[in-house]
Design a protein around this ligand. Structure first.
Ligand SMILES: [Fe+2]
Length: 268
């Protein structure tokens, strides 16, 4: 069995899988994670588009379950769907931005292959391309923002997408299974793939959403996580995996998206 098929079977069964990334993607990942610290405050402030959940977001702008309990990170989001509107910004000509663009293209292809494999596990047709509804997010947890009072840097939640592909720079990500917390241990070249509740709905509840959290570090330490969030193509009429009935996920997409403190998605 190929590693992609093994990963798809694991997601179909448990809502979680892992996958090895090709060397080229790992290089881009490293450039993104390492490059963030050199970006100035002024650039971050000018390249922020909250109506599109795009660009930079300051520390504490997102939360996972309670608004007063923000995620202890800052964020950078990149949507290929909004890229043409940003061309006038100098920042889009930076090495960091170029690496994000390349990574997004590669990870979107990987995610589409994963979804094809998941559909094949259920014997249903592949989904329409979803790249234009999906996006990359870099979460940066800085040592200076670590909180000794908090158990979690990001509270338990599920992401509310179809899939999340998550590549953290260090430990901290845990799967929440009932009352127990299972650390996600990845090899240097691996990415974690988590199912979200949109895939649960689409699969008629066959695929569980992977609830997860980020543990607060015991000692202040920098940590980053590069994520690809997969939303369905809003133009595709979806059919659920078991009952084979029409299913409209557009309301769920926005309910989940705004549930983290984001503005509604304008593409839909
Ligand atoms: Fe998450």
């Amino acid at each position: 069995m190929t590693q992609l098929k093994t990963c798809c079977a694991s997601i179909a069964r448990s809502g979680f899988g892992t996958l090895q990334l090709p060397e080229a993607m790992l290089q881009d990942y490293k450039q993104i994670v390492d490059g963030y610290s050199a970006i100035s405050h002024a650039t971050k402030a000018s390249f922020s588009f909250s109506q599109d959940t795009d660009g930079f977001f300051p520390f504490g702008a997102e939360y996972s379950s309670v608004e007063e309990h923000p995620d202890l990170c800052e964020r950078f989001c990149y949507w290929p769907a909004h890229a043409s509107k940003r061309k006038g910004f100098e920042f889009t000509r930076s090495d960091f931005f170029a690496a994000v663009e390349i990574f997004e293209r590669q990870v979107s292809e990987l995610a589409q292959e994963l979804m094809d494999g998941i559909c094949s596990e259920f014997g249903v047709s592949p989904l329409a391309p979803f790249r234009s509804a999906s996006y990359v997010q870099l979460c940066v947890y800085r040592a200076q923002n670590a909180s000794i009072e908090r158990r979690f840097a990001q509270d338990p939640h599920e992401d509310g997408h179809m899939l999340s592909l998550i590549k953290p720079s260090r430990e901290g990500l845990v799967l929440v299974r009932g009352r127990s917390l299972e650390p996600v241990r990845l090899l240097e070249n691996e990415i974690a793939v988590l199912a979200g509740s949109l895939l649960t709905e689409l699969s008629d509840h066959a695929i569980p959403a992977a609830y997860h959290a980020v543990l607060a570090p015991q000692k202040p330490v920098d940590r980053s996580s590069l994520i690809y969030f997969v939303n369905p193509n809003p133009e595709q009429m979806l059919t659920s995996f078991f009952r084979r009935q029409r299913i409209d996920l557009s309301r769920s997409v926005n309910a989940r998206h705004t549930g983290f403190g984001n503005q509604p998605i304008q593409l839909l």
